[in-house]
Design a protein around this ligand. Structure first.
Ligand SMILES: Cc1cc2nc3c(=O)[nH]c(=O)nc-3n(C[C@H](O)[C@H](O)[C@H](O)COP(=O)(O)OP(=O)(O)OC[C@H]3O[C@@H](n4cnc5c(N)ncnc54)[C@H](O)[C@@H]3O)c2cc1C
Length: 368
């Protein structure tokens, strides 16, 4: 019997699971390795922080999806890979051999990117850990005045800073929220039509914008690139993500940042029996930004090509969209939409985003 190993229950793999439930793969043993039984939907995380959603509304329950698909769920984390031997090793030492491997484990955050971060900062990823620690942060913020700084002002950092500021103000917490945004400011690379309403929202939510980077973190303070020391009780790191370290030495071809190099059929460019989708992969032939939207879109072609690879059929090339819709929430029930240079914002955009996000969760068995 052939074995298909699915690593990670990310955005593309939840689709693979539903496709397997609809049409099982006869004569194939399918395993899903995941460190968490739930896939927390990052698109709704800022809405959860803001208090618009309950925790159960932003999760996809992986055990139910796996059960329906006839897939064996393995509670674990891939910690090593030998692509030449077709063997994955889990963090607890268990070894899993495979005939076909599909990677959708997402990226990781480098805990040592800023000196002191590992010891003193709260990281946005893994999202499951962030969610657990956020409850403690909230309780503390309600009990005492806090200085809170979000480090990193990409889309995730901006949304979380706004959601935090909105939630804490609404709950009456005497918390100051700062956003360490770097010299380019928030949302560098986004259209002005997106940046302007976001800058207004940051002002309205009284988020202090700091045009510096963070160079060091100690207990109770941050050091910024201009030498300033910033009082900070809780640094929340939303700085860029990186490739999982276990890919190094796996034998797989990687891009210059260490992500799995893939081609048009979502196969590794070095090992055709390895597929990868979502943020862990880089399309060498058609580079695109790493985002949840691209990870979701890769689900159907991935499911199709895994099936064909197991059946010995011809694989289908997949061309990702040149641009995607980006919906960014701004704390209260308000959001900004962008599509390339086009942008718009308003309460109606939030309801539009809410509808899309809830639809995504429900499609995969969640209860949004
Ligand atoms: C606050 C925030 C808001 C965001 N909002 C948006 C948005 O609105 N739109 C958008 O397009 N993008 C958004 N993003 C980006 C988006 O989250 C990522 O691009 C997306 O999660 C990538 O999906 P993925 O399937 O590759 O990985 P993930 O969603 O990270 O899923 C990977 C899964 O693999 C599991 N896993 C991790 N390591 C291992 C391992 N070693 N072994 C086994 N399993 C493992 C994880 O637990 C997880 O379940 C946001 C990000 C953040 C932080």
């Amino acid at each position: 019997m052939k074995r298909l190993l699915l690593a990670g229950g990310g955005h593309a793999h939840v689709h693979v699971l539903t496709a397997l439930a609809r049409e099982p793969l006869p004569g194939v043993e399918v395993l899903l390795v995941t460190p968490f039984a739930r896939q927390m939907y990052s698109g709704m995380l800022p809405g959860w922080v803001a208090g618009h959603y309950g925790e159960d509304q932003i999760v996809i329950p992986l055990p139910a999806l796996a059960l329906a698909a006839g897939v064996q769920l393995i509670d674990g984390r891939i910690a090593g890979l030998d692509a030449n031997a077709r063997r994955a090793t889990l963090a607890d030492g268990r070894v899993i051999d495979y005939d076909l491997l599909s990677l959708d484990t997402g990226p990781v955050m480098d805990r040592d990117a800023i000196p002191g971060a590992r010891e003193h900062a709260l990281f946005l990823r893994p999202v499951e850990h962030f969610v657990r620690l956020f409850e403690t942060l909230l309780a503390r913020a309600l009990a005492e005045p806090l200085d809170l700084a979000v480090v990193g002002a990409g889309a995730g950092g901006v949304e979380i800073a706004l959601a935090l500021a909105w939630r804490l103000q609404r709950e009456g917490a005497a918390t100051r929220v700062s956003l360490v945004a770097g010299a380019d400011g928030p949302l560098a690379g986004f259209a002005e039509g997106v940046r302007q309403p976001v800058l207004r929202a940051l002002q309205r939510h009284r988020v202090t914008l700091l045009p510096h980077t963070c160079t060091a973190i100690e207990a109770g303070r941050l050091t910024l690139s201009n030498g300033t020391r910033l009082a900070c009780d809780v640094p929340l790191l939303a700085v860029g993500t990186s490739a999982p370290p276990w890919l190094q030495g796996s034998g797989l071809a990687l891009d210059e940042c260490g992500f799995v190099a893939t081609g048009a059929t979502l196969q590794s460019t070095s090992h055709p029996e390895v597929f990868a989708a979502g943020d862990v992969a880089t399309r060498m032939d058609a580079p695109h930004p790493k985002s949840g939207v691209y990870a979701v879109r890769a689900g159907p072609p991935l499911a199709l090509n895994l099936r064909r690879a197991l059946a010995g059929g011809a694989l289908q090339p997949y061309m990702p969209q040149a641009r995607t819709l980006y919906l960014l929430s701004t704390g209260r029930r308000h959001a900004v939409a962008s599509w390339g240079p086009w942008a718009t914002s308003g309460r109606w955009v939030w309801w539009w985003k809410d509808r899309i996000d809830r639809g995504f969760i429900r499609r995969y068995g969640g209860s949004a």
